[in-house]
Design a protein around this ligand. Structure first.
Ligand SMILES: CC(C)(COP(=O)(O)OP(=O)(O)OC[C@H]1O[C@@H](n2cnc3c(N)ncnc32)[C@H](O)[C@@H]1OP(=O)(O)O)[C@@H](O)C(=O)NCCC(=O)NCCS
Length: 136
């Protein structure tokens, strides 16, 4: 299996990416997203099949403490528990290290056992007391 950083113009993969996460990917929007260097996406392929997809963004700050946010991480059912998620998280952490970011963070559900196992491989720092407000 191979980790690939997504770049603008990789349209041939967009349909398969949508299957990993059931996303309605609009190619034009995807190309705009990938044109912005603050937006980061990786996929893992097994031969011609996309089996993992993750994306997130650099959160620029007004001080010198930029952070990296991972928005979603998905692996197709047939390829779970084989290290695909680990490869994708590691890719984000490498970006953070290379750029001296303050930290990398994501939000997951407390009862998502597999996700919590995956993320706990990389850190013990968990904010359990925070409250998430959503404005619409
Ligand atoms: C969460 C998810 C991304 C994990 O991806 P993955 O490729 O299966 O993860 P990995 O194979 O790298 O496994 C990482 C660790 O999780 C644990 N793990 C993963 N799946 C497991 C399973 N089914 N049973 C037991 N442990 C499991 C293992 O301990 C593994 O550690 P190890 O490398 O020391 O063995 C995947 O299960 C998934 O896509 N779930 C549905 C979408 C989702 O919930 N995404 C996260 C939302 S925030």
């Amino acid at each position: 299996m191979k980790l690939i950083k997504l770049t603008k113009g990789m349209e041939r993969y967009y349909r398969s990416l949508a299957q990993v996460r059931e996303l309605d990917i609009i190619p034009e929007k995807m190309n705009i997203f990938l044109s912005n260097p603050a937006n980061i996406a990786y996929m893992v392929v097994d031969g011609d099949d996309v089996v993992g997809f993750t994306w997130g963004y650099v959160q620029q700050r007004i001080d010198n403490e930029d952070m990296l946010y991972i928005h979603s991480v998905d692996v197709v059912e047939t390829h779970r528990n084989q290290g695909v998620g680990t490869m994708m998280i590691q890719a984000f952490l490498d970006v953070a290290k290379e750029n001296n970011f303050r930290n990398t963070f994501l939000i997951t559900d407390e009862d998502n056992v597999e996700a919590n196992k995956l993320y706990s491989k990389f850190t013990n720092e968990i904010e359990r007391e925070k409250v998430l407000y959503i404005f619409k």
